[in-house]
Design a binder for this molecule. Structure first.
Ligand SMILES: [Zn+2]
Length: 202
């Protein structure tokens, strides 16, 4: 899905209906900031408001997801529901993966500190204490790599230079420097290395 294209399309349809961002937001019971975010291509409308949004703008879900008016011969209700379900499914899957990643990281960081604590205070100083601390740290790396795998599998990274969305391979992501979820990646579109922010559809 091309968020920027969809954003422009939403703005276009809104103006065609003579609505301000504020008015559209009010009709949907959301903030005008959210509408502005869609139109700038920074986020997608939540599936919970998609149907209402399409209704107000007088477009189909298919039009919205494509960012343009699509003439379909059998553009019936069933088709719409199918597309909506698909979008919902992807959203739900991404949410679950993202939550799992946080749970894994939380649990393993807790275990890391618990392990170091136990080694520090319950094992007498000496070689075994050192071995235990080292062991705990090595074991900690396993969930880290797994969490990275999950992180990479959800959404994409946005190039700072051209705004293009980058989906790196696991290896590329692993080798890239990172600060939080921002990774230093090479963009295949403009060939520049920038600090790319993680973008995830929530
Ligand atoms: Zn780029």
């Amino acid at each position: 899905m091309d968020q920027v294209k969809i954003g422009c399309f939403i703005a276009e349809c809104r103006k065609a209906k003579n609505l301000t961002q504020m008015q559209l937001a009010e009709e949907l019971n959301i903030t005008d900031r959210a509408v502005s975010k869609w139109e700038n291509g920074r986020s997608m409308p939540d599936t919970s408001v998609m149907l209402d949004l399409c209704h107000i703008l007088d477009i189909s879900i298919n039009d919205l997801l494509n960012g343009e008016k699509i003439s379909m011969e059998n553009n019936d209700q069933k088709n719409e529901q199918l597309l909506l379900d698909m979008a919902k499914e992807v959203e739900q899957k991404n949410k679950t993966i993202w939550t799992n990643m946080w749970v894994i990281m939380g649990a393993s960081i807790t275990a890391l500190f618990a392990g170091i604590f136990v080694a520090r205070f319950l094992i007498p100083e000496g070689i075994w204490q050192l071995v235990t601390i080292l062991g705990v740290c090595i074991v900690f790396l396993i969930p880290c790599f797994y969490a990275l795998k999950l992180e990479v599998s959800v959404g994409a990274y946005k190039c700072k230079n051209c705004g293009c969305e980058i989906v790196p391979t696991y290896k590329e992501a692993k080798n890239a420097m990172h600060m939080g979820f921002t990774r230093y990646l090479k963009c295949p579109n403009c060939n520049k290395r920038t600090w790319c922010k993680k973008v995830i559809k929530k």
